[in-house]
Design a binder for this molecule. Structure first.
Ligand SMILES: [Zn+2]
Ligand SMILES: [Zn+2]
Length: 345
């Protein structure tokens, strides 16, 4: 089959590789839609560092947010058949490590296996991780189930800010999904902070009550003004830079929560210790889904979540190397109008 293989940092080549073969409890999926995620770009840029930190198997094929058609089933699979349309939860906990036995939290499994490799014509996944999608659902929409499920997990951890203000720093795809879910959660206001005009516009479309352009406005000052000095009960930082973590703790309300939700661009970030102490802040991290995949799919299929609005471009596998190089470069004209790219391999 054809696949986009990551051979080195910022080096993706279209190659002919061996077809994947499903194990007894796995299904073989013809990938129809696979979103490019910020974490794909992170591995694309920092392959060496990620190899040291995570177990990566060669050849490295990125892509983990995907939906497709079942074209093969293992001998012990029942419940799924060839022809079923499915979306795959790539995060598979072992169920046996000490952390799994204690709490069953997928995100914390010590031997978590990621079934990605979706920037290819075919991929395999455990059948228990494949969710059948409704006949009315499109593969494009379903491919957003994974990122939305990770956002729901983060919101499970921070708690819904019903009747209070929430702020989202950074409006890439994840930030924008937070904006929509926080507005659905009963927050009185959701304030979105971003730098790109396309992001600010998308934040409004996803239900932000106020958008703050960080290139021309002072986000801290604006949030203080809008909340009459109270601050935001929930602050989600989807950027993870020194500047944004400082801002997050500064604009959080007394007793508020700050969620770090990004693969941090730097190894260390900063908080003003006084803010954490004085306001008794809860600082927490969230890194992937856990028990939230079915809920995310239900939100998409009911039309309550509309992630499809974020798709700026759909491309074929042939255009993927150039697109990754454009998105991976950061900034720049070509990238500035793009929110989310979905690949049709
Ligand atoms: Zn992702
Ligand atoms: Zn485990």
């Amino acid at each position: 089959m054809r696949a986009a293989v990551l051979r080195g940092e910022r080096e993706v080549k279209l190659e002919e590789v061996a077809d994947p073969y499903p194990g007894p409890r796995e299904v073989l999926v013809r990938v129809r839609a696979a979103g490019i995620c910020g974490s794909d770009l992170h591995v694309y840029r920092h392959l060496r560092r990620m190899r040291e930190r995570t177990a990566m198997v060669d050849p490295v094929i990125l892509g983990h947010e995907y939906s497709g058609d079942v074209i093969g089933v293992g001998s012990e699979v029942d419940g799924l058949r060839i022809g079923d349309r499915v979306v795959v939860d790539p995060n598979s906990a072992c169920g046996e490590c000490p952390t799994c036995r204690q709490g069953g939290v997928t995100a914390l499994c010590e031997r978590l296996r990621i079934y990605g490799s979706a920037f290819a014509e075919m991929a395999v996944a455990p059948s228990r991780n494949a969710y059948r999608i409704a006949p009315t659902s499109t593969h494009d929409d379903a491919s957003y189930t994974e990122p939305l499920s990770c956002v729901l997990r983060a919101l499970d951890l921070v708690g819904a800010p019903t009747g209070r203000t929430a702020a989202v720093i950074g409006c890439g795809p994840a930030g924008l999904l937070f904006v929509q879910m926080l507005s659905l959660s009963g927050a009185t206001r959701v304030l979105a902070i971003a730098r790109r005009p396309a992001s600010l516009l998308a934040a409004k479309r996803m239900g932000a009550h106020g958008v703050i352009d960080a290139t021309t406005e002072d986000p801290g000052g604006r949030i203080a003004e809008v909340t009459r000095g109270t601050g935001a009960a929930v602050v989600i930082d989807t950027v993870g830079s020194r500047e944004t973590t400082l801002l997050a703790a500064a604009v959080a309300s007394r007793g508020g929560s700050v969620c770090l939700y990004s693969l941090p661009p730097a190894d260390e970030v900063s908080f003003a210790a006084w803010h954490i102490f004085e306001k008794e802040l809860r600082i927490l991290g969230a890194n992937r889904n856990s028990g939230t995949f079915g809920r995310a799919l239900a939100l998409i299929e009911s039309g309550r979540a509309t992630p499809g609005l974020l798709t700026s471009r759909t491309i074929g596998l042939d255009d993927l190397p150039d697109m990754l190089s454009l998105l991976g470069a950061g900034g720049g004209n070509g990238r500035s109008a793009i929110i989310k790219v979905v690949v049709h391999p």
